[in-house]
Ligand binder design. Structure first.
Ligand SMILES: Cc1ncc(COP(=O)(O)O)c(C=O)c1O
Length: 381
């Protein structure tokens, strides 16, 4: 496996993209595009690594952004189509977005009416409306990650859709999934087709959002392909998907070192990587990431609680067992650390940010960015 090719002497902590694994994942996207004719965009909220964009650009149709800054990143660094959706826009944001994104999505008929005069004057900008499809099947995290949870602020509810100015709307957008397998993707596509047909017939494209976990072994891509083809045949519209996590799942690592050992009823190892600052989803979702060569507590002879060096008592990554006792300087490789990791990190406690690195297909290890005290200081004004 590629992670065994990581050089032993790399500086830690480091997020490491494995290009070979990324190419494997991109092949799934290429197949879906080839067999359905749909468009696939990268959701940069999940993974925004310009060093990976040249590989991704070959396959994907562009990027989708959460606002002006990600749209600018997509425009300047990725190229191709830029789509953007935000539940509300900052003053002046729409004006600036018209120079960056040719597909601007709004959260309600009210938002479209408020901004239509600006978008309408910008040549070639298409308008999208996000709907709340009332389809709750986000697999991960319960209501925290369910855009259709009660009182969700995302998307126009069905009772408001007749008020929308459909004559200027090009794209119907819906995002309702999180780490969904094919049942979720197909369920959403069929649900939207069944319940929103009159509106679909008024647009040119339907965007089924992200959350399609297309590169997980138990995701049956053929079923997604069949559902998209059926939908396109029925409605004669273009279909767009905008996954983030599903494109980069299992394509990289967070490599950490043991800094010190402690004992308080149990053995504890303190790392230079932290849940609180470097892998916030471990606490938020929550989940326990896998470590290469480690197992669940008690399975192997030496069990440790692993935590970061911040002051937060809950900065615990998890409890794991190892074949041999841990020693300061030992390196630990956390797997599946590309999505929602470095895009969310922070410098709480002045903890250094991990390097961003790429393990190239030819085996070379390229550090694309390191951060020092300056990065911490810069953000403090
Ligand atoms: C509107 C929208 N599109 C796409 C995505 C990407 O989702 P994922 O990374 O789960 O595929 C998200 C995630 O929150 C989203 O809110």
């Amino acid at each position: 496996m590629a992670h065994l090719d990581l050089p032993r002497d790399i500086a830690t902590p480091a997020y490491v993209l494995d290009e070979t694994a990324l190419l494997r994942n991109l092949e799934t996207a290429a197949r879906i595009k080839r067999e359905t004719g749909c468009k696939i965009l990268l959701a940069t909220k999940a993974f925004a690594l310009p060093a990976a964009f040249p590989l991704m650009r070959d396959v994907l149709d562009g990027t989708t952004a959460s606002g002006e800054y990600e749209a600018r990143l997509g425009f300047e660094e990725f190229g191709k189509e830029v789509h953007v959706y935000s539940p509300a826009y900052m003053p002046g944001e729409i004006e600036r977005l018209t120079h960056l994104a040719k597909h601007i999505y709004f959260n309600s008929p009210e938002q479209i009416r408020r901004y239509a005069h600006i978008v309408g004057t910008a040549a070639g900008v298409k308008i999208g409306l996000r709907i709340n499809p009332g389809f709750s099947m986000a697999t991960l995290g319960g209501e925290l990650y369910d855009p259709c949870a009660p009182y969700s602020r995302f998307g126009a509810t069905a009772d408001t859709l007749d008020e929308a100015p459909w004559e200027i709307i090009d794209i119907l957008h819906t995002h309702a999934l999180c780490e969904a397998r094919n049942a979720g993707s197909v369920g959403l596509i069929e649900h939207v087709g069944r319940n929103f047909a009159p509106y679909i017939r008024r647009v040119k494209a339907v965007n089924f959002g992200g959350g399609h976990f297309i590169n997980k072994a138990d995701y049956d891509v053929a079923k997604l392909i069949a559902a998209i083809i059926t939908f396109k045949n029925e409605f004669g519209v273009d279909v767009i998907l905008e996954p983030g996590a599903g494109l980069v799942v299992d394509t990289g690592y967070l490599v950490a070192s043991v800094l010190g050992l402690h004992h308080n009823g149990k053995d504890i190892a303190i790392l230079d990587a932290s849940a609180s600052t470097h892998m916030p989803d471990v606490l938020e979702v929550p989940y326990t990431p896998l470590i290469v060569g480690a197992a669940a507590p008690g399975v192997l002879p030496h069990t440790y609680i692993l935590g970061g060096k911040t002051c937060m008592t809950g900065d615990i990554i998890g409890e794991y067992s190892f074949k041999a006792p841990l020693q300061p300087g030992d390196k630990l490789i956390f797997t599946d650390m590309m999505q929602y990791s470095f895009v969310k990190n922070n410098t709480f406690n002045g903890v250094p940010l991990p390097d961003l690195a790429v393990l190239r297909t030819n085996g070379s290890y390229d550090v694309v960015r390191t951060y020092g005290y300056d990065e911490f200081r810069r953000r403090l004004g």
